[in-house]
Design a protein around this ligand. Structure first.
Ligand code: SF4
Length: 331
């Protein structure tokens, strides 16, 4: 029987629990361009309170492509220095930490808002070499792994999407060709760093094709996967945003690949998580909002043997790009 607080292996790491903390907004306002003492305190609280693995908020590949003026970006001049201090803090509590890397809009080689079908081979090589530089910085900063965000609506998710990628060269057409650009990035990262490569990947409209993408990633260098949703208007129009579809899909992927598979989002109470772990092949879950509400709730769950997050999933923190809960339940 699986339990949230099993000591489990995740690639080469020993985790204190099966819960992965996903990051979204780290800083809170314009005055917090650097990693502030509040952010260091947050990571310390997370690391010492039974989270299995920490994934940072998005570190944008390009400074033009941030969610806000105060989001992290890889070319920030103090990235390595500040994040090395942060990863050292987390490592003091024997907790691994991955940097989440990605981008949304493709502006490369002097061109703006490039569509997938319009990328030249030179553009593809530029993006790939930018990933190598990013991975080297992530490694120098002391991270244990890199989360390639190639899910949701991030640009590389669009490269793998059969509806968006209509290329007729080696980077389009069949499933393997659509994943090729990412596989080459993974290979380059592995050649130049020791980072664990964790891929956050979509369940697209075509579940069979999505499963094939996961298998190709798993067989060609990815060390672990996180399953997430494809947030396109078509997806919602077809009514396919059902959480059960995501669970079924993650269950299927976990049964077919030999690397750890994480199911993302929406879980907030210990009983349902226990039931999910024991009713499926899924071994790891990622959570975001419950950690915004409290950095230490997992310790309470562990001590009491049950529990439910106080987060009411109102999404105010998400929409306001806040890293702290905006709801005062005492009022
Ligand atoms: S603002 Fe809402 S969604 Fe965010 S942590 Fe608080 S209760 Fe949860």
């Amino acid at each position: 029987m699986k339990s949230i607080f099993d000591n489990t292996k995740f690639g080469g790491f020993n985790l204190k629990s099966r819960i992965i903390r996903s990051g979204l907004w780290e800083s809170e306002n314009e005055s917090q361009k650097n990693l502030t003492s509040e952010i260091f305190d947050r990571y310390e609280e997370l690391a010492k309170n039974n989270v299995g693995l920490i994934v940072t908020e998005l570190v944008s590949m390009y400074s033009h492509d941030r969610f806000s003026d105060y989001s992290h970006y890889i070319n920030y001049p103090y990235f390595i220095k500040e994040f090395k201090e942060l990863t050292d803090t987390v490592h003091d509590f024997d907790t691994p930490i991955f940097a989440q890397i990605g981008f949304i809009n493709c502006n490369v080689n002097g061109k703006q808002m490039m569509e997938v079908n319009d990328l030249t081979i030179e553009d593809i090589r530029t993006i790939q070499s930018d990933y190598v530089v990013a991975a080297k910085k992530v490694a120098f900063a002391g991270f244990d792994g890199i989360q390639l965000n190639i899910g949701n609506n991030y640009y590389l998710s669009r490269v793998m999407d059969p509806f968006e990628n209509q290329r007729n060269d080696n980077y389009g057409g069949n499933t393997f060709n659509r994943v090729r650009m990412i596989l080459e990035i993974i290979k380059l990262i592995k050649q130049t760093t020791d980072l664990h490569v964790h891929c956050k990947v979509n369940l697209y409209q075509d579940a069979d094709d999505s499963l094939e993408i996961c298998k190709i990633l798993a067989e060609n260098g990815a060390d672990s996967l996180q399953i997430t949703k494809f947030l396109s208007p078509q997806y919602f129009r077809k009514g396919q945003s059902n959480e059960n579809m995501l669970v079924d899909f993650a269950d299927k992927v976990a049964g077919e690949v030999d690397i750890p598979v994480v199911l993302g989002g929406g879980w907030s109470d210990m009983d349902s998580i226990q039931n999910l772990l024991n009713g499926t092949n899924i071994e790891f879950l990622s959570m975001y909002r419950p950690f915004v509400r409290s950095h230490s709730f997992l310790t309470g769950w562990k001590n009491e043997g049950n529990g439910q997050s106080e987060c009411k999933t109102c999404n105010n923190c998400y929409w306001k790009k806040s890293s702290v809960c905006l709801i005062d339940f005492e009022k």
